[in-house]
Design a protein around this ligand. Structure first.
Ligand code: F6R
Length: 607
């Protein structure tokens, strides 16, 4: 996730407005910043790594001349957060400046083709190919707008882009496919941005660009076209009545709710990983003798789920270990044949980094999955993969958890293919299902986003909750319980359902809500017995199960019905969503702030 902003003003300098716009988009990323403005027929690009205010100050970006310009705040996905990788990017001749948010999936092929044609690349980003593609099209003696349209047609993946050039000094060309882009019109000029808050101080007349749309902005407004055939579209902006604070949360009352609703799109991004990094990580895992998944909190629960995935799909034993325990538990037996896959959203969790340091000291191979490309974990790992979820502001992890699972399931699937332990048909089928998961999550949010609020209403006064699942669903249950605990402070338990009779069932009494996670498939085995066990002791049963599962429905007090056909091994991704919603609604009904749970920090960088 990155933030993009652009404006064509009727008069005055645009640079301070770009600065202001980017500040309002800082939540989308903050590792590097750059502006491009046009003045007296000259395009000037200034950029560097660092946070917005620091770079603006050090490079004097606010003082750049010109009333047309674009700016970018970056959250690195391709290429480290370095000056050369900061946006805007340009072509060989320095004629165009391009800013981009998204992931160009076919950039390696495009880059190779452009290199063969003699183009010089200065960055390691996917974005730079767009600038060179435009340059290539401009050789055909077409105008900038036409060249941008033609260049866009080569791109596969997600993008919101904006392009300026001194050849058309009072224009911005922009387009979107699956990354957000909004336009704004006012008496003072025309604007484009990744999100409404950046534009709202200047106008409330907003148009949401849709996938496959392209816009030409000038100081008086914009014209819209379809990218695929260049045909013109007519659509008027709408007037929105949000305050800036509401707009920052896109109309959602809390960041956590917004981030839960972002999951379909963050999951799509997590499916756009660069194959060569997936290959690299699977090669390390394949070579290792002793394999460990190391993480804390929610990331640890993603690792528990992943250990089932690796075992079931690739027949690989990989131990999930809580990072603060790792050195004590396995530190002495680590060696050159050990591989430690550290999973950390922030890449800065102290305990995880300690585990990583120890592993390195013992000559083990450390690899990582993280959401923060410039983090300490990345610097310490032999190879890492970015989950591409964008910054998460709510303290409780939601979209980053489901994306971690998506990345880990792709690693397991890749290993399944290379090791050939399950049939290729089976892997193909699973992979097809995996690509449907973002849509399934969208359906779950549509169906249950609000109604879980009514369900929660019935249980709002309970002072103990239990979350149970079997197999891979025990990881889902653990994460559901952690969300509830963090947000509502209500004591709660979670463990694999089969464990009840070995002790924890003693706390069950009349009216205690027990949430069962029971997708159809292997983890549903024996779950009926576990439900009956709880019912017999007066528990209230809330089941998250497949739609049409009559047996579970008949023995449950409440059912959260999930779409049919979700494979058990991928089920934690959609099945955790109702549990996130449950915790969120319960917190709101208890008048607690779900974005800021007490005693918790987003990144735990202390022992
Ligand atoms: C829970 C949560 C924490 C983190 C944990 C690890 O909602 O956010 O439990 O998962 O502190 O953080 P990372 O993944 O940054 O290492």
């Amino acid at each position: 996730m990155c933030g993009i902003f652009g404006s064509v003003l009727k008069e005055g300098r645009v640079a301070p407005i770009i600065h202001d716009g980017l500040k309002r988009l800082e939540y989308r990323g903050y590792d590097s910043v750059g502006f491009a403005t046009i003045d007296s027929g000259v395009l000037q690009i200034l950029k560097d790594k660092g946070r917005i205010d620091d770079v603006v100050e050090s490079l004097g970006l606010d003082k750049m001349p010109g009333s047309t310009g674009v700016g970018h705040t970056r959250w690195a996905t391709h290429g480290a957060p370095e000056m050369i990788n900061a946006h805007p990017h340009s072509d060989c001749e320095g004629r165009v400046a391009v800013i981009h948010n998204g992931v160009i999936e076919n950039f390696m092929e495009l880059k190779e083709e452009l290199l063969n044609r003699g183009h010089n690349f200065t960055s390691r980003t996917d974005t730079e190919v767009i600038a060179h593609l435009i340059e290539e099209e401009m050789k055909g003696d077409v105008g900038l707008g036409e060249a941008v349209l033609k260049a866009l047609r080569f791109l596969e993946g997600s993008y919101a882009v904006a392009v300026v050039s001194a050849t058309e000094p009072d224009k911005i060309y922009c387009a979107r496919n699956e990354s957000p882009l909004v336009l704004g019109v006012s008496d003072t000029g025309t604007f484009c941005a990744s999100d409404v808050p950046a534009i709202l101080p200047y106008t409330n007349k907003i148009l949401y660009l849709r996938n496959g749309e392209f816009a030409e902005l000038d100081k008086d407004g914009f014209t819209l076209k379809l990218i695929n055939d260049g045909s013109t579209l007519i659509r008027a902006p709408m007037e929105i009545d949000w305050t800036i604070e509401m707009a920052e949360k896109q109309g959602y009352p809390y960041f956590m709710l917004k981030e839960m609703y972002e999951q379909p799109s963050s999951l799509r991004n997590a499916l756009r990983l660069q194959q060569r990094y997936l290959d690299l990580l699977t090669t390390f895992l394949d070579r290792g003798e002793d394999l460990f998944l190391v993480a804390a909190g929610t990331s640890y629960y993603a690792c528990i789920a992943a250990s089932y995935m690796f075992s079931k799909l690739a027949r690989l034993t990989i131990y999930p270990v809580i990072s603060s325990e790792f050195v004590e538990q396995y530190g002495s037996s680590l060696g050159v044949d050990s591989v430690v896959l550290a999973v950390s959203q922030s890449g800065e969790t102290y305990d995880t980094l300690q585990a990583v340091e120890h592993a390195r000291m013992r000559a083990a191979t450390v690899i990582g999955v993280t959401n923060t490309v410039f983090s300490s974990l990345c610097r310490r790992a032999r190879a890492y993969i970015s989950q591409q979820s964008g910054p998460e502001i709510g303290v409780a992890a939601t979209k980053t958890f489901t994306s971690q699972l998506m990345v880990l399931s792709q690693l397991a699937m890749k290993l399944a293919r290379t090791k050939g332990k399950i049939s290729q048909d089976e892997v193909d089928e699973l992979e097809e299902k995996m690509f449907q998961i973002p849509d399934i999550v969208e359906q779950v949010l549509e169906r249950h986003g609000e109604s879980i609020g009514d369900l929660v209403n019935k249980y709002v006064d309970k002072n103990l909750y239990i979350f149970l699942g079997r197999g891979i669903s025990s990881a889902t249950a653990l994460e559901g319980r952690l969300k509830l605990l963090e947000l509502t402070y209500v004591p709660s338990l979670a463990y694999p359902a089969g464990e009840s009779k070995h002790g924890p069932i003693s706390v069950v009494e009349e009216g205690v809500p027990v949430v069962f996670v029971c997708p159809r498939g292997e983890s549903r085995k024996d779950i009926v017995g576990s439900i009956m066990e709880m019912k017999a002791r007066g528990a209230k049963i809330i089941s998250v199960c497949e739609e049409g599962d009559k047996e579970i429905t008949s023995i449950s007090d409440d059912v959260i019905a999930m779409p049919m056909g979700i494979p058990d091994v991928l089920s934690p991704i959609p099945y955790v969503v109702p549990l996130q919603l449950f915790a969120y609604h319960l917190a709101v009904q208890k008048s607690l702030d779900p974005d800021k749970p007490r005693n918790l920090a987003k990144s735990v960088t202390v022992p």
